[in-house]
Design a protein around this ligand. Structure first.
Ligand code: PNS
Length: 168
């Protein structure tokens, strides 16, 4: 007897301040083996600063980037990621792993999330090598100093970055 195909959903959480081509790459890779991805914009518990974009702006940018992809949902969450996952009834978290330097923090989060919610698993995906040294913080810093980061973000993000940085 053939097993029914179970639609699978993953949560891809992060700060996304702003979403980069590296994040986009992880979402698209996730869609190879999941039916849907919820891109979840959260706060880092230890983050003292607010960041460049508001949470609502980050959500809007991600929606704009994936406007042609109806398998991507975008949501903001505050509080624990595992509580958000429980509310949505999702048992899979996806995170990108760029380099060994990411590993310690990611491993700690994955195990802590599993401790908080034993039904949850974290899956790590390697991005395209072009994005292995890319980070949203470098995009913000380099753009603010006049460097060209247009190949590392979608055009809609690039426009918003430039207008945001001009107004701050
Ligand atoms: O892209 P980032 O900044 O590394 O994302 C970090 C994020 C938002 C995924 C993480 O800080 C998080 O899950 N925050 C929600 C609060 C929470 O659950 N903290 C405990 C994590 S073990």
């Amino acid at each position: 007897m053939t097993q029914p195909v179970r639609p699978s959903v993953a949560i891809y959480p992060g700060s996304f301040d702003p979403i980069t081509r590296g994040h986009e790459d992880i979402v698209r890779r996730t869609l190879i083996f999941c039916d849907r991805v919820i891109v979840a914009v959260g706060h880092r518990a230890t983050q003292a600063k607010q960041g460049l974009f508001t949470i609502d702006e980050r959500v809007e940018l991600i929606k704009a980037v994936f406007e042609d992809e109806d398998r991507v949902d975008v949501a903001a969450f505050s509080g624990l990621l595992v509580d958000f996952a429980r509310e949505r009834n999702v048992g899979l978290i996806v995170r990108g792993l760029r380099a060994v330097s990411d590993f310690e923090y990611e491993f700690q989060m994955a195990l802590m999330n599993r401790d908080l919610h034993p039904g949850i698993e974290t899956l790590f995906l390697a991005p395209d090598a072009r994005y292995s040294y890319l980070s949203a913080s470098l995009v913000r810093e380099i753009t603010s100093l006049g460097g060209d980061m247009s190949h590392f973000v979608s055009p809609v993000v690039q426009r918003k970055l430039l207008s945001k940085l001009q107004s701050t």
